[in-house]
Unconditional design. Structure first.
Length: 420
């Protein structure tokens, strides 16, 4: 199924990108690091081959534009991120930028001049595994990245702040601090993001691609801590213990109980404790744990559910602290709002799928995407998922070029309608 020079170019770029950013057993493309820059440079090289207009904003986001006939019209944008989690897969994010560039390559090959400018955006720093803040690049582009993030958020592997990494890369952290806006929502007619599915639904259904209807929002807590008292494991009776580990376990169990109860009541919710540990420099088999640290992530399509869960978990922390004579600190959290895709764009994708005979089920996204930032800025948005085997954020990510090609056909058909 994969044919046409644009699809061959896409396949070649993704293969080369895997090799150049390999970090066995997977790939690593650190936000504002070498791997992400390699990916941006490769995208830029393709854009230069196509004779596109190229620009970069003060956060280092890359814009590659095919000029339209009526340049004053709000532009059509496509894109995704190009960073990747440590030792992760090759396609998360990058497939979307490559799909967008393949669409512009096709327009060039067919001699199409779109009605409005069409821009592919390669977005910086989407993955929170590097800097514990969501959607850094896209929020900076809209001027909504909080200034304090520049000085308080550090990359886990370097210990240096986001602001330092931006300056080191030749970007402009002071423009971000001042809240300057590069993208104006009023100047964007639509944003379309292609992305691999990060769950199992398309693999189970045997379908190649899907139309996304909405994106879950999330609350993330990266610095939860329970403080009790270290003491002798044999000498201190139960009633006198201030066991931080048992308190933390009770909290995690309470989180799971909340999830079970709310899901049974019909609410959309997923919850995860991703890290949970005592201090290896202090803990021993003969010592009652005095400190436990953990992370927490919960997500929903419903903002009211997210806010209610946040309040419920704060009450749970207070109850456990009183009952076990410990301190339960949830710490600061980040919040990425849920987002809905545009009904009109979804309808356009349905029409395109029907014309092409493509089975494209409609589904919601459990994972967060830069598309949510655009949607919450009032930009009409659409998303397409490509089937991906073996989940995501791991080295086993697998996207076939035929699945990419079918999704690209659907993207091209939608664009043909929008840019005519």
């Amino acid at each position: 199924m994969a044919d046409g020079p644009e699809l061959a170019r896409a396949d070649g770029l993704l293969t080369e990108l895997r090799g150049r950013t390999a970090d066995p057993p997977g790939v690593s493309r650190a936000s504002y690091g070498e791997g992400e820059q390699i990916a941006h440079d490769m995208a830029r090289a393709w854009a230069e081959e196509l004779g596109l207009e190229i620009a970069r904003d003060f956060a280092g986001n890359l814009y590659m534009t095919l000029p339209g006939r009526e340049r004053a019209r709000p532009r059509l944008m496509m894109g995704s991120h190009m960073d990747a989690v440590p030792h992760g897969g090759n396609y998360d994010g990058a497939a979307g930028v490559v799909a967008g560039l393949s669409a512009l390559h096709r327009m060039r090959r067919l001699g199409v001049t779109p009605r409005m400018d069409v821009t592919v955006m390669a977005i910086r720093a989407e993955e929170v595994s590097w800097f514990p803040a969501p959607y850094i690049g896209s929020r900076a582009a809209f001027g909504i990245l909080p200034a304090e993030v520049l000085d308080t958020v550090v990359r886990f592997d370097t210990g240096r702040t986001l602001g330092a990494h931006l300056a080191e890369g030749g970007h402009d952290p002071e423009a971000i601090r001042a809240g300057r806006r590069y993208l104006d929502p009023a100047g964007i007619g639509a944003y379309v993001e292609v992305h691999i599915e990060q769950g199992p639904h398309l693999v189970k259904s045997g379908q190649r691609c899907a139309i996304v209807t909405r994106i879950r929002g999330n609350y993330r807590y990266k610095h939860c801590r329970v403080l009790g008292e270290y003491a002798h494991a044999g000498a201190v009776p139960r009633a006198d213990r201030r066991d931080a580990l048992l308190a933390a376990v009770e909290f995690a169990s309470g989180l799971d109980g909340m999830w079970t109860r709310r899901e049974a009541a019909g609410e959309d919710l997923v919850c995860t404790v991703g890290q949970f540990y005592t201090d290896p420099a202090v803990h021993t088999i003969t010592k009652i744990p005095g400190e436990v640290r953990f992370t927490m992530d919960f997500r929903s399509y419903d903002e009211a559910v997210l806010a209610d869960c946040h309040a419920e978990l704060e009450r749970l922390a207070e109850r456990i602290a009183r009952a076990r004579a410990v301190s339960v600190e949830l710490g600061e959290h980040t919040h990425a709002p849920a987002a809905a895709m545009d009904d009109g764009l979804i309808a356009g994708l349905r029409r395109a799928a029907q014309r092409l005979g493509i089975e494209a089920p409609e589904m919601a996204s459990g994972a967060g995407h830069d598309c949510a930032v655009f949607a919450n800025q009032g930009v009409p948005c659409a998303m397409l998922f490509i089937r991906n085997y073996h989940s995501s954020h791991n080295p086993k990510e697998e996207m076939t070029i035929d699945d990419f090609a079918e999704t690209a056909r659907l993207l091209y058909a939608m664009l043909d309608e929008l840019v005519a």
